[in-house]
Design a protein around this ligand. Structure first.
Ligand code: RUG
Length: 818
């Protein structure tokens, strides 16, 4: 194995060698991009060596592997992380200084792969980080979307979506592995296997084949030698797809038709599935991901094992939501049709291999696919689903004889109004373990969404509360606070043992420490202010209360409730310019799915209100409002360290967990929140006195929903009425009453997520926050205690929970190469 040296001289030598031999240029003519790519390659070299040792250690140990299947990953920028993890950051500064560049300059070329939509994709990235850090043998599988999550801009305040061509300049962190390509099928016909008397084995002849080409990125652990990988699949046409004769005859479009169709599969990340359009392609993506990954998993299994008996002992597959659930039917097909295992044995292997994480409670987020579509696209898989359902419903009938209603509710197939496959049901039936992502979420899953399953198989259900990696979201994002924490705790061990943050608690009573804590926060706010001014032109005051709501725009998250608060402040100041208000910056960040029209209109309204506030000389003295465009992981890393107040105001019972809430609390933001998702666990830990709670709880919300008349709240509360009327009267639309009419109609009509019912409690809570902010030491104390008591929310703990409760995998230590 080639060894890269560990000294500054080695690093410098490799840097120049990579510039010359890999980029083909010299220091005199190198561009900024050459500089970035060269640095990336030199850092990557250090990780490659660890990866090679990891692969060798895994081969020797032949351990049980975790295979994480996810349609989404939001990895964030790689350069700083990999510098930190390879312990080479210290080399860069002196070399860069000599060359007259800064790390910041080079980092500006580091493109974030936006292969996900939000929390679910970022959670996947945090879990991979923690698995590597804990030496868990693991591989993440995903899709290498050619275009990731769209780039968000604003035109006249409205969201415009631009494609995210993230690989345009090349991705230095990625290795292609064409030898491990796979060919998979779609469409076609099935026929009975003549030599199988049971009739359960059949033969599928696909009508179309597509090649999956893998590449992988390295996933290093922090403070350890382990480097795992994430393997991403890109769709390519199978070789015979190019029709040379048509091309020769001048039929250029027809000649490449098959190629285009195949390559479209991994062309774009779906920003949501609320539109009919593209549904077939989305299902194709899902099957493409799992079919390629399963073949790869089996290839890896067979490197050290033979036969199938040991498969569940060596392979544990975690399904991240329902998107990869077709893996269940594909494994059955491979085992039964291709490897001729008896159905019962194949089913027993399958059931012992899979586990399923559910991330939602919203019925509309639980995927179902039309049977008719599946019959056409994946005919054999549909037959397998029918067979699985048949045997499953027999089990149900045996447990609850004659309970037809229960059978109808539990069935994998929904009959009305159209026959559809319930992917969550398939996932639960085929999995050993099913988990929710926060305590309340798991409880509600068992009590409502998956209640019949929880009654049938109570032992299957577990809670694994989400977590976040402190390496990226504290150490990298917030170096100032990290330095202070390390100084106080006497080292950086907290980065891998986050419960140690507890040691900060006594410092909450030390005025000198509080002063430094505040100074770090203020400096972060000054950094944020620069970025805000650069991208929006709005000047914000680093001394103002930084009030942050960053998350996807969704009705249940209730950005409109926050906006009603902002408009109420606007009205209050205009009515009484001498009002003694705490200066506040309200910062929104988030994208709306391109087809989610009501949320796109809300974005437009947020921008319009921001304009009105920021250009009003009286109001803008106290209040600024900003919607920072194109919220992503990199922007989160700038906003989170600067936040004083974390808005977690979803209607109770709707947010499965949230993870932004954890990142913000760990960086010393105090939460204003409902009793929803992981907010509850945050509050339990930081203490009720360090958390601003308001609003209905999940039970009360469900009760209130039964007989709810939002108009009554509107009529009864003058401030609420004034805020709604301001929107309705066209105050934020140059007098146009029509533009934001639908926002008002939604509020006064159904108000699906009870924003009006929670408005007054929210406003009163915000008033209490103002009082608390006026006592700087008191606020800083709360801030320190939030960070100190949130060690539980490390994704290392989450991964340990998965290991103990579900995966039952053991770490494999990789020895130091030095
Ligand atoms: O909305 C949830 C968040 O509450 C959660 O924190 C995150 C990670 O578990 O997953 C989000 N999520 C849910 N993203 N997509 C879905 C739809 O199933």
């Amino acid at each position: 194995m080639r060894s890269v040296g560990s000294t500054l001289e080695d690093f410098e030598r490799d840097l120049f060698s990579n510039l010359y031999f890999q980029r083909g240029t010299t220091i005199e003519s190198a561009s900024g991009s050459d500089g970035y790519h060269t640095l990336a390659l030199t850092v990557r070299d250090r990780l490659v060596e660890r990866y090679a040792r990891t692969a060798a250690a895994h081969y020797d140990a032949n351990p049980r592997f975790v295979y994480y299947l996810s349609a989404e990953y939001l990895l964030g920028r790689q350069l700083r992380q990999n510098l930190l993890y390879s312990d080479t950051e210290r080399f860069v500064h002196p070399i860069a200084e000599d060359l007259g560049v800064t790390l910041e300059d080079l980092e500006s070329y580091d493109v974030e792969p936006g292969l996900g939509n939000g929390g679910l994709g970022r959670l996947a990235a945090c879990l991979l980080d923690s698995m590597a850090t804990l030496d868990i043998p693991a591989v993440g599988y995903g899709i290498r979307y050619e275009f990731g999550i769209f780039k968000q801009g604003f035109r006249d305040g409205a969201q415009v979506e631009r494609p995210d061509d993230w690989t345009f300049y090349g991705n230095p962190w990625e290795f292609s592995a064409p030898d491990d390509r796979q060919v998979i099928g779609f469409y076609g016909t099935t026929a009975r296997a003549l030599d199988d008397p049971s009739g359960l084995r059949r033969q599928w002849t696909p009508g179309e084949t597509v090649r999956g080409e893998p590449s992988h990125m390295l996933v290093p652990g922090y403070g350890t030698q382990t480097v795992n990988i994430i393997r991403l699949w890109q769709a390519r046409a199978s070789r015979e797809s190019f029709d040379l004769s048509r091309f020769g005859a001048g039929q250029y479009k027809e000649a490449v038709e098959d190629i285009v169709r195949a390559e479209n599969i991994s062309k774009v990340l779906y920003p949501d599935d609320s539109t009919e359009q593209g549904r077939e392609l989305r299902l194709k993506q899902q099957y493409f991901l799992v079919a390629c990954s399963l073949r790869d998993i089996i290839r890896r299994y067979r490197l050290r094992n033979s036969g199938w008996d040991a498969f569940p002992a060596k392979v544990v597959i975690q399904l991240n939501d329902t998107h990869p659930v077709m893996a269940v039917t594909e494994l059955m097909r491979l085992l039964v049709d291709e490897h001729h295992l008896d159905w019962d044995l194949a089913w027993s292997i399958t059931r012992r291999t899979f586990n399923y994480t559910c991330h939602t409670l919203l019925p509309e987020a639980l995927e179902t696919w039309p049977v008719s579509l599946l019959e056409r696209l994946l005919p054999r898989h549909m037959e397998i689903i029918y067979a699985i359902n048949y045997f499953f419903l027999q089990e149900v009938e045996a447990t609850y004889p004659g309970d037809a209603d229960r059978i109808r509710r539990l069935s994998i197939i929904q009959e009305e109004p159209e026959k559809r496959v319930r992917m969550a049901h398939l996932a639960v039936v085929a999995s050993t373990a099913v988990n929710g992502v926060a305590e309340l979420h798991t409880r509600l899953l068992q009590a409502t969404t998956l209640r019949d399953f929880a009654e049938l198989w109570p032992q299957k259900f577990h809670n694994v509360t989400n977590g976040v990696t402190p390496r990226r979201f504290v150490r990298l994002a917030n170096p100032r606070l990290s330095a202070l924490i390390s100084e106080r705790l006497g080292g950086e061990q907290w980065l891998t043992d986050l419960d140690r943050l507890d040691g900060l608690a006594p410092a909450a009573d030390d005025p000198a420490f509080l002063e430094r804590w505040r100074a770090a926060k203020r400096a972060n706010k000054a950094d944020l202010a620069k970025q805000v001014e650069k991208s929006t032109g709005v000047v914000i005051d680093p001394d103002a209360l930084c009030d942050v709501m960053i998350k996807r725009f969704h009705e249940y998250k209730r950005q409109h409730l926050k906006l009603l608060h902002v408009i109420t402040l606007f009205n209050r100041i205009r009515e009484n310019p001498d009002l003694d208000l705490v200066p506040r910056t309200v910062l929104f960040g988030g994208k709306a799915a391109p087809g989610y029209h009501s949320m796109k209109l809300l974005i437009r309204l947020v921008n319009a209100v921001a304009d009105a506030v920021n250009t009003d000389p009286l109001v803008s003295r106290h209040l600024k409002v900003v919607l920072l465009p194109d919220y992503n992981v990199s922007r989160a890393q700038v906003i989170i360290p600067a936040a004083d107040l974390s808005e977690q105001i979803s209607l109770a019972g709707k947010e499965a967990s949230g993870t932004g809430n954890m990142k913000l609390a760990l960086n010393g933001a105090v939460t204003i929140g409902t009793l929803d998702g992981a907010n509850i666990e945050i509050r339990d830990r930081v203490g009720a006195e360090n958390f601003f709670l308001f609003g209905l709880d999940a039970h009360e919300a469900a009760e209130a929903r039964r007989d709810y008349h939002p108009r009554e709240y509107y009529e009864r509360d003058p401030e609420l009425r004034a805020a709604v009327d301001a929107i309705a009267g066209g105050m934020f639309a140059k007098g146009d009453r029509g533009l934001f009419g639908p926002v008002v109609d939604a509020m006064l009509g159904r108000d699906e997520y009870l924003a009006l019912a929670d408005y007054r409690a929210y406003l009163e809570c915000q008033d209490r926050i103002e009082q608390a902010w006026r006592d700087p030491d008191g606020w800083a104390r709360m801030s320190v205690l939030n960070a100190a008591r949130c060690g539980f929310f490390s994704s290392d703990r989450t991964v340990r929970d998965y290991c103990d409760l579900i995966w039952r995998v053991e770490p494999v230590r990789v020895l130091d190469g030095g």
